[in-house]
Design a protein around this ligand. Structure first.
Ligand code: GLN
Length: 192
């Protein structure tokens, strides 16, 4: 059994904890940087990226998550978590980790499409995955080492770079474990 931590400062934390347990792995709520030493992979959940970024800064998570990343431990950022792992934010000055070579536009779908659901074709998945988008970000540029896993219209909404995975939508709310399983496979079978 592996141990997955969910950053528990703010946002959609419980749903991830439940899903980790439902696939038979151990879930830990991460409230302090020292706990990163006890986990095999980290999920940065959806929520409010500016608030979460400030709290991460305040509680010393910026350097400790960067060190976790440098140890090649897998990280999964969903929604606000995708904003926080991005290297570049479009028209926004806010604390972030800068781990994945993508440019992310916060609330990228605008007011007209604040929240919606859409079936997504995801690389490596046979059947569509229900994308639940809640004031979701989108990636407007990805670097050459980034593998695009899903698009909605032309927008990039899921991607992977080495041991970092991101989704603009909320896979933990879809009643479908495949994204979680993908992340757990990254933790169990490191290729980098
Ligand atoms: N709009 C939020 C942000 O950018 C993200 C929303 C979410 O995580 N569901 O912080």
């Amino acid at each position: 059994m592996i141990t997955i931590g969910v950053l528990g400062l703010q946002g959609a934390v419980d749903e991830h904890m439940i899903q980790i347990r439902s696939v038979g792995e151990h879930a830990v709520l991460v409230k302090k940087p020292e706990q990163l030493g006890d986990i095999d992979g980290l999920i940065i959940p959806g929520g409010e990226s500016t608030t979460m970024g400030k709290l991460m800064d305040h509680y010393g998570f910026m350097d400790s998550i960067t060190a976790f990343y440098e140890q090649k431990k897998p990280i999964f950022g969903t929604c606000a978590g995708m904003v926080l792992v991005a290297k570049e934010l479009v028209s926004l000055e806010a604390p972030h980790l800068g781990l994945m070579d993508i440019s992310v536009k916060r609330n990228g779908f605008g007011r007209q499409r604040e929240s919606f659901e859409a079936p997504l074709l995801v690389k490596g998945m046979e059947d569509p995955f229900k994308g639940i988008f809640i004031r979701a970000p989108l990636a407007v540029r990805v670097g050459k080492n980034v593998e695009v896993l899903a698009r909605y219209d032309e927008n990039i909404v899921a991607a992977r770079q080495e041991h970092v995975l991101v989704s603009a939508f909320h896979p933990e709310l879809a009643g479908d474990n495949r994204f979680m399983q993908h992340f757990i496979d990254m933790v169990k079978n490191p290729v980098y």
